[in-house]
Design a protein around this ligand. Structure first.
Ligand code: GDG
Length: 575
């Protein structure tokens, strides 16, 4: 393997020429391809809202998002705020003071990607209103025009009580559906009333949609918080085209057998004309679950269509991408943010940098990754003081004891490994739970020589793609779990890892650090081509193309027609 003094990394952006810029593989103009395909009369439904109003009290941190998205007070007219998840459930937010309110705007993930589309479509977005000033700015139906000052589309807020949130969000969604979908059956917690309230909140969402939808509407729901809403919307607005994207894995039928009310959930999802997953594996697992637990449904394996209750649901897959051009641009624009981070966290100048960025979630394989870093230092003492692993972890769902315990485990492992190897001026692991502004995250991504993405199971994983899009110097290396959806498109040119195999991950880290520069560049170049080609805009374009097709065929009385993947290739055999 390569030894530290041969390290391939330019230090702090200086010196050895490795930080040559590479052009983004694709166009970076502002026009969104998805906008062209966006259906008329679009209603988006998600747990998390795109805009949140808060009283501008200048107060401290809150966690009203329920996802650890702590806020910082706005200073002057703007200030950076909040953690982010690329999922529908949490996004990076940006604050802008408006009179006595602050309004959080989306700056990351699907919410940010959909916002400009919704502006053009003049659509309606239905979501949980969780800001303390949300009620004050809405009309008596719970509607407010957004974005502030532009008022291009309607945000319809659904009001949930604390009990609703506890049972629907912290209960059935994240104590039952999340662990089951990720195969953590031992972490499922069934509590009285959680299911009933989850169902009731889904009903509240469906009622809100029904206020705005007509038979000509296209309703697009996001994620596992809304497992029953589609069927309930269909009861209320029979002619509407209804679709849903399930952002997390779908488990095997053997795991699905543990679902309380499993058949009911499947029937709820079969209320969709179209149901989307990130990968074929999850789409197939859904079909197998239907086949097994809804015996009166007919699965057409070749078309990926379920016929049930006199109608059809097309089950498709398309991996979600990131706004690659925005990550590329931010990485190029970095200006001292890495140096600021380095100084704040006492990272010695010139260290080779490894990076992990995750929500603090037991699916993300953080202790497994730390164990591999520990093994790496055991096997390669020459790398001590030469390599620093930066772990950025965002506390998430901390009201759930399992998450609290997971955070404690991660923190104690960091402390143990640091105590074992640290020297006077160096710690092997720099750990932070700070919410980083996008600009600083971009700087970290760009500076990281190696990124380790090691989930034990992950629907897609946006972080891996964000790293690639931000690797504008072209010489970073991605270690990627073969259990992440992203592995299906990036696995061939990443360094593939099996997270629980400590030795294998440590060996992959050694290999990545010793790969000759030309080879690392070749790999990264291919990864960048893929991440730019399959970006968020491309994904939305595909979703909207499917929705349009579905909408048009429903107008012809031919529900659920659709191909299984964006290339239109039908399935070949039982999937
Ligand atoms: C779910 C599925 C699927 C994190 N820390 C900061 C920050 N982040 C952002 C990252 C990234 C997002 O959080 C995490 O997204 P992931 O996709 O990695 O993971 P989940 O939150 O579990 O998302 C997942 C996704 O939905 C979409 O369908 O890929 O499989 O589990 O965007 O950048 N952003 C900022 N500061 C931080 O400190 N600004």
């Amino acid at each position: 393997m390569r030894v530290p003094d041969q390290r391939v990394i330019a230090t702090d952006g200086s010196g050895d020429g490795f930080r040559r810029g590479t052009a983004p593989p694709h166009r970076t103009d502002d026009r969104s391809r998805a906008e062209t395909f966006c259906p008329d009369s679009l209603i988006v439904v998600s747990n998390r809202q795109p805009y949140r109003h808060e009283y501008d009290s200048g107060g401290g941190s809150t966690d009203s998002s329920g996802d650890g998205s702590g806020t910082t007070p706005a200073s002057g007219s703007s200030g950076e705020r909040s953690a982010a998840s690329g999922s529908a459930e949490s996004v990076a937010l940006f604050e802008e003071a408006v009179e006595e309110f602050t309004v959080d705007e989306p700056t990351g993930g699907l919410t940010a990607g959909l916002d400009p589309v919704m502006r053009r479509a003049s659509g309606t977005w239905v979501a949980w209103g969780d800001g303390d000033a949300d009620r004050a700015v809405t009309d008596d139906r719970g509607c407010v025009a957004v974005p502030p000052g532009e008022e291009a589309y309607t945000l319809r807020r659904v009001w949930l009580s604390d009990e609703d949130v506890d049972s629907y969000y912290y209960g059935f969604s994240n104590r039952v559906l999340w662990p089951l979908c990720h195969g953590f059956t031992d972490l499922v917690e069934i509590r009285p009333n959680d299911f009933e309230r989850y169902y009731d909140v889904n009903r509240q969402f469906a009622d809100a949609v029904a206020d705005h939808a007509t038979a000509d509407s296209v309703v697009w729901l996001q994620d596992y918080h809304l497992g029953f809403a589609s069927a309930l919307i269909r009861d209320r607005v029979p002619g509407a085209t209804i679709a849903q994207f399930w952002h997390v894995p779908w488990p095997t039928p053997e795991t699905f057998a543990h679902f309380p009310r499993g058949r009911d959930l499947l029937e709820g999802l079969l209320g969709n004309d179209l149901l989307g997953f990130h990968t074929k594996r999850y789409a197939d697992a859904f079909l197998r679950s239907v086949d097994r637990f809804v015996p009166d449904a007919a699965v057409d394996w070749n078309r990926g269509v379920v016929r049930y209750d006199g109608r059809e649901t097309a089950v498709n897959f398309e991996p979600m991408g990131v706004d690659a051009a925005a990550f590329d641009r931010r990485a190029r624009e970095t200006d001292g943010e890495w140096e600021e981070f380095r100084e704040a966290h006492d990272v010695p100048r010139g260290c080779v940098i490894g990076l992990g960025v995750d929500r603090l979630d037991y699916t993300k394989g953080i202790p497994e990754r730390l164990a591999a870093v520990e093994r790496f230092f055991e096997r390669n003492p020459g790398w001590r003081e030469e390599f620093t692993f930066v772990q950025k972890a965002t506390p998430s769902r901390t009201e759930i004891p399992t998450y609290e315990r997971y955070g404690e485990l991660v923190r104690s492992e960091v402390a143990r490994i640091n105590a074992r190897f640290a020297t006077d001026g160096w710690r092997p692991i720099v750990y932070t739970e700070d919410v980083l502004p996008q600009s600083q995250l971009g700087a970290l991504y760009r500076r990281a020589d190696v990124m380790i993405v090691s989930p034990l199971l992950d629907g897609m994983n946006l972080v891996a793609q964000e790293y690639v899009a931000s690797s504008v110097d072209g010489d970073g290396a991605l270690l990627l779990s073969d259990r992440a959806g992203a592995h299906e498109t990036l696995g061939s040119h990443a360094y593939s890892i099996d997270p629980p195999s400590t030795d294998q991950v440590a060996a992959a880290l050694e290999r990545a650090l010793s790969t000759p520069l030309a080879e690392r560049r070749r790999r990264m170049n291919v990864l960048r081509q893929r991440v730019f080609a399959d970006d968020l805009d491309a994904w939305m374009e595909t979703q909207f193309r499917w929705l349009r097709r579905c909408h048009e065929s429903s107008a012809d009385g031919n529900r659920g027609a659709g191909d299984r993947s964006s290339d239109g290739v039908p399935a070949d055999e039982p999937r």
